[in-house]
Write a protein of this length. Structure first.
Length: 204
């Protein structure tokens, strides 16, 4: 299995975002569910859809019921985004299994989590770039957003280098990471006290 590089990830993230609302209009590109790229695509897709829902949830001119629906979509997309991160790490750890050294330094963040952060940075960068190009905003707004855009690009470059270093060090036996699982409790009717309490009251 070829381990994705940060350069490939950034190019893929940006290519997807070149199509507005790509998460709902473009078909799945990587259909093989045993490839990390399938889950990298899924993670980016759900991050993109989550981003759009977060914007919609901040509206003040619509009925509360619409905002409630946005919030439910946000919960669903966030759960699926995290599930995709775990599948990325499952597959990467399988691919690296013969190289991982149990005595190597332990990295606190997984490669999948770093890929998720790169996806979010891609969304921030395209959104901030759009702010620099707004025809209805003044020059000060464009300049401020231009400074923020430069900082976001720097942040993405640094994170990309850190991801490549982590994966190279794992392959060389110098680093390792654990997949601990997210255990998102709020969506689980057995773990969210508001949900199981409501279910119990309905049964009585």
């Amino acid at each position: 299995m070829n381990i994705p590089t940060a350069t490939d990830l950034i190019a893929f993230h940006d290519a997807c975002l070149a199509t507005p609302r790509w998460g709902t209009v473009l078909p799945v590109k990587f259909a093989d569910a045993v490839s990390p790229w399938h889950w990298i695509e899924a993670n980016h897709r759900f991050n993109s859809m989550l981003w759009d829902e977060e914007d919609l949830a901040r509206r003040r001119h619509v009925a509360d019921g619409e905002i409630a629906q946005n919030k439910r979509h946000i919960d669903g997309f966030n759960q699926r985004r995290n599930d995709a991160v775990e599948r990325i790490d499952d597959l990467l750890l399988q691919a690296l299994a013969n190289q991982l050294n149990p005595a190597a330094r332990l990295h606190s963040e997984t490669a999948g989590m770093m890929m998720d952060r790169l996806s979010i940075l891609a969304l921030k960068i395209i959104a901030m770039r759009g702010q620099t190009l707004r025809g209805d905003a003044d020059a000060a707004h464009s300049a401020t957003c231009g400074e923020k855009l430069a900082r976001l690009n720097e942040q993405r470059d640094d994170l990309a280098a850190c991801l490549d270093t982590l994966l190279a060090d794992c392959a060389a036996g110098r680093a390792r990471y654990h997949l601990y699982r997210q255990f998102k409790m709020y969506n689980d009717p057995k773990l969210n006290p508001q949900l199981y309490a409501a279910q119990t009251s309905l049964q009585h």
